[in-house]
Design a protein around this ligand. Structure first.
Ligand SMILES: [Fe+2]
Ligand SMILES: [Fe+2]
Length: 148
């Protein structure tokens, strides 16, 4: 897969979230590049950054959805859970790899998964709550804490 470039449709016009999405796009592109170069060891760090993204961005987004009463929160949170599950499975296979072929297989599979997931999730799911972000303007200041 090719490197992903930021497109207009990915933009939620909400910097606290857009910044996190763009930072994760760089991780996804790094995975793609490392897989092409057979840089297997780089994936140790890439998996860590995936977990970090799940630990920080997912709760951030779900909390935001709650504040704007986004009706799709429940199924969206499930999709985040599924990502964690998928990454954990890929990481386990990566940890068990011993031969060159096994490493090559798992890093390519991981890079492919990350690119496909990023595009599918951001364009297919994250984009859906964009129209609800206008509600932030009507929230009391204490509930509008991460808007600029
Ligand atoms: Fe999301
Ligand atoms: Fe997101």
């Amino acid at each position: 897969m090719n490197q992903i470039t930021w497109r207009k449709q990915m933009d939620l016009q909400y910097p606290p979230i857009d910044d996190e999405h763009q930072a994760f796009m760089k991780v996804v592109n790094k995975a793609q590049e490392a897989a092409q170069k057979d840089d297997f060891m780089c994936f140790d760090n890439i998996f860590e950054q995936c977990y970090e993204y799940a630990r920080t961005h997912f709760p951030h987004e779900e909390d935001l959805m709650e504040r704007i009463s986004y009706p799709g929160l429940e199924s969206h949170a499930l999709s985040h859970q599924q990502f964690i599950q998928n990454i954990s499975e890929l990481r386990q296979t990566y940890n068990r790899a011993k031969t060159l072929e096994e490493y090559r297989y798992i890093v390519r599979k991981t890079a492919h998964f990350l690119s496909a997931w990023f595009l599918g999730h951001i364009l297919g799911k994250d984009r859906l709550y964009k129209p609800y972000l206008v509600r932030l303007r009507h929230l009391p200041p204490r509930m509008n804490y991460d808007s600029e």
